[in-house]
Design a binder for this molecule. Structure first.
Ligand code: HEC
Ligand code: HEC
Length: 209
């Protein structure tokens, strides 16, 4: 009886460990697969404005995994108006399964971040007032909040933030079935009345560390 119990526990533990081993990404394997990504996002993951590719270094692995899965599934990057998302989508399709995505996310999340130069030229003071709403989910310093599924914004290229806010507003992102988190973000983007308000909030986010 006792032996059976021990066997049961060992078996259950084995499943838990096996599951964890599957879920956790292997950064070394991700690094090898990153060869496909560096042409656009750079060897350091800092992005390339000329290629419209954002910084991805240091984003949280859970957010990276979600976006790579969204691109693969066509939840993001499949709208004909989403010029830049459509460039990214075939790249996500090179990752064959969830394990490859977890490996990639583990590697990209581990990449050291560097400072980015502001480019949008909005009024950061005016943007600060608008950011009061955003901080409820993205945090007062823009560090993101896993419990609220909200990614880090601080340290991101401001031109990329502007593009995404516009995409959410225009229904290019955050409207597809299955995009529960994008759907939470979309009404928030709607609170920014015009391009000026978007530039202002991006300029404020650029001041966050
Ligand atoms: C041909 C250029 C190109 C290549 C190669 C490429 N990407 Fe991208 N990637 C982009 C562009 C452009 C965007 C911005 C899409 C948008 O504006 O919505 C992007 C966006 C992303 C995002 C979303 C970032 C965010 O904050 O939501 C992630 C994650 C990403 N890429 C990861 C990767 C990975 C991993 C690879 C390699 C498997 C890769 N990319 C290869 C061009 C590329
Ligand atoms: C109710 C919570 C919530 C609030 C408030 C909120 N967001 Fe978000 N935001 C999210 C979530 C969740 C996502 C992730 C969407 C996804 O996974 O595609 C997101 C994503 C984003 C992105 C995309 C980041 C990337 O790397 O592609 C930007 C930019 C952004 N939010 C800016 C803002 C701004 C600016 C405000 C204030 C006007 C704001 N958010 C308010 C929840 C929120």
């Amino acid at each position: 009886m006792k032996n059976l119990f021990v066997l049961g526990i060992t078996f259950a533990l084995g499943i838990v460990l096996a599951f964890n081993a599957y879920a956790a990404g292997n950064a070394a394997k991700g690094k090898a697969a990153y060869a496909v990504c560096l042409a656009c996002h750079g060897a350091d993951g800092m992005g390339n404005k000329d290629l419209n590719s954002p910084k991805i270094a240091g984003l949280s692995s859970w957010y990276l995994e979600r976006q790579l899965k969204n691109f693969k599934a066509g939840i993001r990057g499949a709208d004909p108006k989403d010029k830049y998302g459509m460039q990214m989508r075939p790249m996500a399709l090179t990752l064959p399964d969830d394990q490859a995505i977890a490996d990639m996310a583990a590697y990209v999340a581990s990449m050291a971040e560097k400072k980015v130069a502001p480019s949008v030229g909005g009024d950061a003071n005016a943007g600060k007032a608008a950011y009061m709403l955003c901080q409820a989910c993205h945090g007062p310093t823009g560090g993101g909040n896993k419990a609220l599924n909200s990614p880090k914004l601080a340290g991101q290229q401001d031109w990329y933030l502007v593009r995404q806010i516009k995409n959410f507003k225009a229904g290019i992102r955050g409207v597809k079935p299955g995009d529960a988190y994008g759907a939470q973000m979309r009404p928030m983007a709607m609170t920014l009345a015009n391009d000026k308000a978007i530039n202002n909030v991006a300029a404020y986010i650029a001041t966050l560390k």
